[in-house]
Design a protein around this ligand. Sequence first.
Ligand SMILES: Cc1cc2nc3c(=O)[nH]c(=O)nc-3n(C[C@H](O)[C@H](O)[C@H](O)COP(=O)(O)OP(=O)(O)OC[C@H]3O[C@@H](n4cnc5c(N)ncnc54)[C@H](O)[C@@H]3O)c2cc1C
Length: 442
Amino acid sequence: MKYDLIIVGAGPGGCMAARKAARDGLNVLLVEKLKEAGSVTRFCSRLLRLGEGGFSSDKPVTDVNIQRATCTIDVGAPGRHVIRMHGLPDDASFAYAGELDPCFNESWVSPSGASFHRKANNRAIDGFVVDKEVMLRGLLDDAAAAGCRIQAATRCLAIDDTDDGISLKVKTSAGEQTLLAKRAILADGSFSPLAAQLGFDDGRGEGPGKLRFMSFILDRCDVPFGEMHRARFTQPSVHKGFLNVGPWPPGLWEISCSAPVASPVRLPQVLEAFMENSAFSDLFKRAKIVDRQGCSMDLRPAVREAARGNVICIGDNLAYAETAIKGAFGCGYMAAEATARALDGKPGNDEYNHYWTHAFNFFSPQYTVRSTRQPPIPVVLDDGETDSLFAWFTENGIYGMPADILPANRDKLMADLPQIALKLFGRGSVAQITNLSGEEGA
Ligand SMILES: Cc1cc2nc3c(=O)[nH]c(=O)nc-3n(C[C@H](O)[C@H](O)[C@H](O)COP(=O)(O)OP(=O)(O)OC[C@H]3O[C@@H](n4cnc5c(N)ncnc54)[C@H](O)[C@@H]3O)c2cc1C
């Protein structure tokens, strides 16, 4: 049977694409390599962040007209919530039957307990931690009800895109098989060999490298800000990175850390050191580890042309690091619409590429510079300097993400804490610091 559309991957991007395409009347097959479509094995903190704020900066970009893929949430009675995709038509909204744990603010904490915060207001909801599997299963039920065929335990091994359409080689427990379709949406997540086979990755270039993540799920955790608040603890003498702590509904906690793949750091040992032998050990005294998860992330430049021939790549597979859950939903909806348009002889690929390159901050050179201009705080500062910097933010009433508030307060930081400024801003600040302090190389 030749399908109108085969979607590879039942993550947020693929599930949303399947639902939209089936509702629009396409004959759709969704294939997923895991035994059960809608299950999640790749670690994800599951925070559906509201608003325009990015991964490393909250400042709006002005160089590209970004219409950020983001969402709002109508909170209903338990199990009756609605996720609304910002800027997309009403039929992109969907019901969510799982738990919604609000997150209020995020804080960075130094070894001595000095802290600064992302927002001045501790009661403004930053986002909600969701049960990602419940969310995906809801979309899959909608897709199936609209006629989408869902085939789990089916790994796509190879893809060919010809004038006649798409040919996919898949492997199931019954053996290998070839599936045919007019078009395909690749929603297979990071490290996609399929996108690479079709040449989408050609000339993509390398980024700063791959990162490994490791997380422990804990039954309890005594963070000083209460359970609806995410925190990033740091003690550079223990690890040159942050220990991220956040809620993991229902009722659990997630702690995670990361390091470059190329570094010899062993992440489970880092997490154990934070829990057992650090300035923060008291927070974990009563905690029991109930699960462990890990994953990698490749920080590569995003590919601009995500729709080409009969294929659209969506979500993480051509992104810089990640599109986040809400971004993948936006891609899924728009790719399904673009597919229907292309099948109708309309310029669906061009329309999708326009959406894609305007929906994410990583297509803004301004944002990229913002995110990379300073070295991470725990990489360049020691424990004492971290204490001083975090206390300085608070004393001066400074709120926001480090990538935003450090450059915005650079002159004052150079005047007040020149040694720290030098480490954070590098050689460019030497001359100014010298002028300020009168000592060469201060
Ligand atoms: C450490 C970390 C923390 C994160 N935290 C958050 C967070 O708090 N909030 C947030 O919004 N986002 C977060 N993200 C990002 C988020 O998880 C992703 O951006 C999002 O899940 C991308 O969705 P996707 O549909 O593109 O891909 P994925 O979610 O990766 O789904 C891809 C699907 O394709 C399937 N698949 C892969 N290959 C094949 C194949 N060959 N054949 C068949 N099926 C295949 C996979 O099994 C999977 O089901 C985090 C990511 C990382 C790495």
